[in-house]
Ligand binder design. Sequence first.
Ligand code: PLP
Length: 399
Amino acid sequence: MTSPAEMIRSRAEQYLMNNYGARDLALVRGEGIFVWDANGNRYIDLLSGLGVNNLGHCHPKVVSAIRRQAETLLHVSNLYLIEPQTRLAELLVKHSPADKVFFCNSGTEAVEAAIKMARRFSFDHHGSGRHKIIALQNSFHGRTLGALSATGQTKYHEGFHPLLDGMIHAPANDIDAMRKAVDDSVCAVILEPVQGEGGIYPCAAEYLRAVRALCDEKNLLLIYDEIQCGLGRSGHLFASDEFGVEPDLITLAKSLAGGVPIGALLAKEKPAASFVAGTHAATFGGNPLAAAAGVAAFQVLLDEQLPARSKRLGEQFVQKLSALREKHDCILEIRGRGLMIGVQFNGPVADTIKTLRERGYLAGPAGPNVLRFLPPLIIEEDVLFETVEVLDQILTQNK
Ligand SMILES: *Cc1c(COP(=O)(O)O)cnc(C)c1O
């Protein structure tokens, strides 16, 4: 007899495009740190979806907010005021360096909005001809054409040229290189305070301070892409809480609504003022369902003090992983902040990820040689430490 998982797999193969490659694991239920596949096997989700389920799967407070909102109002257009949208915006502004919020539906859309705001702000204050944006090499900002052009990894660009004009890629943590890249045609800098897809590379605090100073000197907007590292993931609610360097714009998405699609562009008062009526819009942006889920998720993040928990658990996790590095030559480096951790191996990690999965742990790559952990911020410490022991056993067997 065909198993439920096999039926899902064969239907996917027949009817879905292959852009995600071959997949054989169908996850059908989640609760807290656990997910179950269609055949009833249980896994610990050490990737939180992909940086989305930071509160664990189906957090009861998020679920009940969704249920209540679904029975009240699912959608009205942005021609009208949307009450949950105003509440989520208020929460974000009160807890971030920003003054105003625009809602969209995904990370890449938040980055598109940031690119448009940077260009428009520059146009409003400095006239035309200042459209270029400096991004970092090895960065990831999304897959739509503008965000893809900002993304500093050529493997994502292949076959999609011509890209958006005016994206310059400078090496990270090299302020001289960025200074050289600035001329009269540049209007903004975009960077991830901790690079995610590129392999978990944190920016140095000193570098972020120097970039801020350069942006002030040259009248450039500084955009933080905190879609992956923000909202507690890297041990702080926002990157500015750790580095003390405030950006002008912040992009958010992934975990913002506890698993419901959403994106947001946060901005200081001045750049936000450039989005005058008619300049930008999204049909579903900040719709009642997503916004209500977002309010509940953000409240849980604050009430349960998950950013601090992420920082504390992350430090312990890194300590344990570092002990593993002493033991196994194949591990070259442990990088990260909070519960956003990359283990750099000297070769491909695909087999290690496969074996971890067989043992009931879902982790993922960040590039071919980096094992990435983005566990739910609610994870218990003994589960996290158990993971290190299992990894130890796997690496010992492979010797
Ligand atoms: C995931 C991610 C994006 C893109 O978000 P989508 O919702 O997939 O469009 C952009 N920037 C960063 C830093 C990300 O991690």
